[in-house]
Design a protein around this ligand. Structure first.
Ligand SMILES: Cc1cc2nc3c(=O)[nH]c(=O)nc-3n(C[C@H](O)[C@H](O)[C@H](O)COP(=O)(O)OP(=O)(O)OC[C@H]3O[C@@H](n4cnc5c(N)ncnc54)[C@H](O)[C@@H]3O)c2cc1C
Length: 298
């Protein structure tokens, strides 16, 4: 969102991502012929600014309404999904961007009035200005704080919940209520189950995503995958499964502003879902805000 906003303003940006595709927690993957959303499951819209993007994406056939609620409760607020999985949205946003995937930044150092980035391949890049959207604890581990020590405290307060996700293909239907999902906020050990075929993204029957609650995820973080999957798949006949651990799933302690701006020694803006709202819409609005703030500083 930030890079597209800068591109529209005529400012060239390079996007580095350590993963092999863009999107981070808006994650979709194939497994055993099925397709799974295994991070974010849907998005909601509360702000007109984001609604304009949602309408444009919907007009292109990129997103659609999945339901107006879960657990047989229609609250009237649409839940939007990517027609080809949630990752289709960041993949679409990457068009026209100089995106370099598989590049892990290992260190961000102030050098004069620029930022120097070191990568895992011993490559060095310099930038006049930087927007960093990693989960904040990951950003803190990268950043040379010597010139901006005063900023550290506000950022160290930000915390995230963990989430263990299981993708599984069942031999029998999971019998989930309409529209093919069960949402159990604050429940343990499982807080979410969805059927990716009924959601419309997978062609394989009974391809389900399970999210464990934050307590179960924390208590079982170090346990081996087989042991954890067995606990989360109790009662199901399973033909295949895969597990993913989200160390930074959703922010539980956030920063109240849409982004965090450092002006010297060179512009640096921290953004992402920890700034403002802990969801896709919050991350998107934070990205837009970061681009605007940076534009004003350049
Ligand atoms: C299990 C789960 C369920 C969720 N469900 C929902 C939901 O239903 N609805 C909703 O609105 N939100 C949901 N969310 C939250 C939503 O996914 C996030 O709020 C949003 O995607 C955050 O986007 P972001 O850009 O801030 O961060 P991220 O998506 O985390 O992006 C950060 C990026 O930084 C990259 N990166 C990190 N470190 C480095 C490095 N050193 N070098 C280079 N690149 C690096 C990562 O690869 C990643 O691509 C869920 C999240 C999870 C994990």
């Amino acid at each position: 969102m930030a890079a597209q906003q800068l591109r529209l303003a005529g400012i060239s940006a390079i996007v580095l991502d350590k993963a092999n595709r863009p999107g981070g927690r808006m994650a979709t993957r194939p497994f055993e012929g099925a397709l799974f959303d295994y991070g974010a499951q849907f998005f909601t819209v509360r702000h007109e600014r984001f609604a304009a993007f949602q309408r444009a994406w919907q007009a292109k056939g990129l997103v659609k309404v999945w339901s107006n609620g879960f657990n047989n409760q229609q609250d009237g607020h649409p839940r939007f999904i990517g027609q080809a999985g949630i990752n289709a949205i960041p993949a679409h946003l990457a068009h026209g961007i100089d995106l370099r995937c598989g590049v892990k930044v290992s260190h961000i150092i102030a050098s004069g009035n620029q930022w120097t980035l070191e990568t895992d391949f011993d490559e060095t890049l310099t930038a006049d200005a930087l927007i960093v959207t990693c989960p904040v604890p990951q950003t803190l581990a990268l950043l040379d704080f010597d010139p901006i020590e005063a900023e550290r405290l506000a950022l160290e307060k930000i915390e995230y919940e963990r989430c263990i996700a299981v993708m599984a293909i069942l031999e029998e239907p999971a019998n989930l209520p309409e529209p093919g999902a069960l949402q159990m906020p604050n429940a343990e050990p499982i807080s979410w189950i969805s059927d990716n075929q009924r959601k419309g993204i997978s062609t394989v029957a009974n391809s389900i995503t399970i999210h464990a609650g934050p307590k179960f995820s924390m208590d079982n973080w170090e346990k081996n995958a087989e042991e954890v999957a067995e606990k989360l798949l109790t009662g199901y006949k399973v033909s295949a499964w895969k597990l993913h651990r989200w160390k930074y799933s959703k922010p539980s302690v956030m920063h109240e502003d849409r982004c965090f701006v450092v002006t010297a020694p060179a512009p640096l803006v921290l953004a992402g879902d920890a700034f403002g709202e802990a969801r896709i819409e919050g991350a998107a609005l934070s990205g837009l805000s970061a681009a605007e703030r940076l534009q004003a500083l350049l």
